[in-house]
Ligand binder design. Structure first.
Ligand SMILES: Nc1ncnc2c1ncn2[C@@H]1O[C@H](COP(=O)(O)OP(=O)(O)OP(=O)(O)O)[C@@H](O)[C@H]1O
Length: 772
């Protein structure tokens, strides 16, 4: 006991010393930063003093511009340095609160000195910049902490592999500079700390997990060699957490040449985007580009169509079962999600080389400058062996040349003078200077003529620049009309079953400017095949969360447009709520040609042992699911007599859960429709908030939402308001029900008026409580 006390005292002393150092660094940064701030203020005040302004002669104008540029660059350089100091200060303030969370004592083979390695969210050197007081958790040496228990261990630096022995492994809980807990550990990361972290209430934003990263998760975070990294992890195994720490790791490892814009994260919905938005800033990193796949596609599709969201498609599949064309739509979704449809599009595109491309007239002031027929003739007269995108380029160049000719002709027309009057002051000034410069020997009258000529040119140039821009974007092609032909005139060789009916349905939607979700990726793929190089070279790393919900076509498209990007796919095949995704999904099978690495996570950290044990019985896949040993109350199934009793039961359960200390309680429904009906029933009885596709963040309390919007998110307690046989019965409902149940951290309550879902009955009676 006394040794333990001594150790603790020593460690607290070290914490105090490190905080002392931090304080000194903070003071020195403050004075530097104050100096820079003064510089900025001073420079802003005296900005114009050091600029030589002279606009008399053209040379003087150039000199003036250079002088302004120089001064502005100086100012922005100082401002940048000021910003960097600000970031350093922020990190130091975080370290001051909790300088580190772990320590490993390491003796390198062949040496006899023990290195004490303290690990925190950022590195800190001593005052002479000689020794590390704290190592960044991402430093190569820190992996010892995550990967090994005491004993033989090894870590890799960029140059070598260092072997040795860990003689001590210690974890700390330090808050506001005070050591609140300290554990020496034999296993990788001691359960006690993880227990504490997981026992907390759910939060409306996700937390970072640096102090308790598990060995398997560390493999994902630090993986550098794979171009395609696939992570299959059971519900709550820390896939999203690992993805975010991985981003932070990459930002650190490649800090010299990786910017936040080089990394993109596709998340399932905007609510989720806001849910995870805190993690990277918490780790001292700027947020990367986070978007949804829908958003990404919409940007490329433009305004010609309104694009159905994956959730609208889901809602249709779940609720519109009585629609006449329901069966056809399911067939269409199934077919268009697969690679056979991609091949069909390729076949159609090669057909377009011969005929059938639709073009648009290029008109100007109600006059057709180039008719669609003219453009088509030009296109089809080009060398047959050229690829379509090359031909598009040639057509565009031809049109631009022709447009320059028309532009010249238009300059003398009457309409131009009317427009000249509407020009801004700047254009007049420019024209004046040009006319003076060009002929200063002329008399005043001829200067006026020159000026008018310039102004006319300016007007026509402005108008034509818009047309030229559109030509450069190949807008002379009627893309939607050509796509439309895929489903109308064209007769494919390998048409799928019910192709005619699928076409009728597609045409109906396209004619109403609706692009169904299953058509969105094919459409943009088709666009790329016609217009060419659509590869996105700006993205170095793309991470896709909830990857099980992407179709084979979508994956193929992603690989096609990000050919040079390293991909990390994270998902759980047990949670594929879109049935088509289970086919040809890389989480299950990847073609053997491509090199990839797969990491499987089997331990679930989110839910209590009771919830994991119960849900494992009806998990759709056969993967091993291990519960983390954290106890809670047993899941409960309540059978009620009618709607009124159901509402009462929701209110009562809610009160009870609140009393138990749960703060975020979610009523998870199968569909949006169900959640809207329930919301109306509850609205006047209890404070409840509805979450829909437009919800961008949520607060603590009682929420009602459909399961597909709860994806990736967790709550203290989950109530399934209709866990009946009618609601969750078909095999395709299994993943939905499983996903809903696994959102719960501490408590799960299922309510039903009629017979309970057969999935619940697959679990033995001792894994849940039944209240009749
Ligand atoms: N190593 C860890 N230390 C502490 N908490 C962890 C750890 N790993 C996971 N967790 C916690 O477990 C919960 C689930 O993690 P996360 O959401 O990342 O899992 P997931 O695999 O993405 O889940 P799902 O697929 O069900 O959405 C989170 O609260 C997360 O903070």
């Amino acid at each position: 006991m006394s040794l333990e006390n001594d150790n603790r005292r020593d460690e607290q002393r070290r914490v105090d010393e490190v905080i002392d150092e931090i304080n000194k660094k903070v003071d020195s940064l403050y004075s530097k930063s104050a100096g820079l701030k003064e510089n900025v203020i001073e420079l802003r005040k005296t900005f114009w003093d050091d600029v030589t302004v002279n606009l008399d002669e053209p040379d003087d104008v150039i000199e003036t511009q250079a002088s302004i540029k120089q001064q502005a660059e100086l100012l922005s350089e100082i401002e940048r340095s000021h910003g960097k100091l600000g970031e350093q200060l922020k990190t130091l303030m975080k370290l001051k609160d909790s300088p580190y969370f772990g320590r490993v004592d390491f003796v390198e083979d062949g040496g006899n000195e023990t290195d004490r390695i303290y690990i925190g969210i950022s590195s800190l050197m001593d005052r002479n910049d000689e020794n590390f007081l704290i190592y960044d958790w991402r430093a190569p040496i820190s992996s010892l902490y995550y990967d090994y228990p005491p004993g033989k261990a090894v870590f890799k630096t960029t140059e070598a592999e260092i072997t040795g022995e860990i003689t001590l492994k210690r974890q700390f809980i330090i808050k506001q500079g005070i050591m609140e807990g300290m554990f020496d550990t034999g296993v990788t990361i001691v359960d006690q700390l993880l227990q504490q972290a997981l026992g907390n209430n759910a939060s409306t934003t996700m937390r970072s997990i640096v102090a308790t990263i598990q060995k398997e998760q560390n493999k994902i975070i630090r993986n550098e060699r794979s171009n395609l990294l696939i992570v299959q992890g059971v519900a709550g195994s820390g896939k999203t957490s690992a993805a975010l720490q991985r981003i932070a790791y990459l930002m650190y490892r490649y800090r010299e040449d990786l910017n936040t814009e080089d990394i993109v994260l596709f998340s399932p919905n905007p609510l989720f985007t806001s849910y995870i938005s805190n993690v990277l800033p918490e780790l001292g990193e700027a947020n990367v580009r986070q978007t949804t796949f829908l958003h990404y596609l919409e940007a490329g599709i433009g305004s010609s169509f309104s694009v159905e969201s994956p959730f609208e498609q889901m809602e249709y599949v779940l609720t519109e079962t009585n629609r006449e064309d329901y069966g056809i739509r399911l067939k269409a979704i199934d077919y268009k999600s697969g690679l056979a449809f991609k091949d069909l599009i390729d076949e159609f595109v090669s057909n377009l080389k011969k005929s059938s491309l639709e073009f648009k007239n290029i008109s100007f002031r109600k006059e057709i400058l180039f008719s669609k027929q003219q453009i088509s003739d030009y296109f089809y007269a080009l060398d047959k062996d050229l690829a379509i995108p090359n031909k598009m380029q040639l057509v565009s160049e031809w049109l631009l040349k022709e447009l320059r000719r028309v532009q010249k002709r238009e300059e003398d027309k009457d309409w131009v003078m009317e427009q000249v009057e509407l020009l801004d002051k700047e254009a007049y000034l420019k024209a004046y200077h040009k006319s003076v410069k060009q002929d200063d020997l002329n008399d005043f009258a001829s200067n006026m003529e020159l000026e008018e000529e310039f102004l006319r040119k300016e007007v026509v140039k402005r108008v034509f620049s818009k047309i030229k821009k559109r030509v450069k974007r190949f807008e002379f092609v009627h893309l939607s009309e050509t796509f439309y032909k895929l489903f109308t005139e064209w007769k494919p060789q390998n048409a799928p079953e019910l192709w005619k009916e699928i076409c009728t349905l597609t045409v109906k939607n396209l004619s109403n400017n609706n692009l169904l979700w299953e058509d969105a990726t094919p459409y943009i793929y088709f666009k790329g095949r016609l217009f060419g190089d659509d590869a996105d070279r700006s993205v170095r790393h793309l991470l896709i969360d909830e990857a099980q919900d992407y179709s084979a076509f979508q994956f193929a498209y992603i690989k096609h447009i990000f050919p040079y990007t390293k991909l990390t796919l994270l998902g759980d095949i047990n949670q594929s709520i879109y049935t088509y995704a289970t086919k040809e999904n890389p989480l299950i099978s990847v073609d053997t040609e491509s090199s990839y690495e797969k990491i499987t996570l089997t331990k679930s950290y989110r839910s209590t042992k009771e919830i994991v044990d119960f849900t494992t019985y009806f998990a759709p896949g056969k993967e091993l699911i291990e519960a983390f040993n954290r106890e809670g109350r047993i899941p409960r199934l309540e059978r009620l007599t009618d709607k009124e009793a159901l509402v009462t039961a929701i209110v009562e359960n809610m009160m009870e859960l609140r009393e138990e200390g749960h703060e975020t309680i979610a009523l998870i429904c199968k569909t949006l429709e169900e959640s809207e009906i329930l919301y109306k029933l509850l609205q006047n009885k209890i404070a409840v908030k509805q979450v829909n596709e437009e919800t961008y963040s949520f607060e603590k309390g009682l929420l009602v939402l459909p399961v597909y919007l709860a994806k990736g998110i967790e709550f203290d307690a989950v109530i399934i308001p209709d866990a009946s046989k009618e609601q969750y019965f078909m095999e395709s409902d299994r993943t939905i029900f499983y996903t809903a149940c696994t959102r719960a951290m501490h408590a799960l309550v299922m309510l039903t008026i009629s017979e309970p879902s057969p999935f619940i009955l697959e679990a033995p009676l001792n894994t849940y409580d039944r209240k009749e």
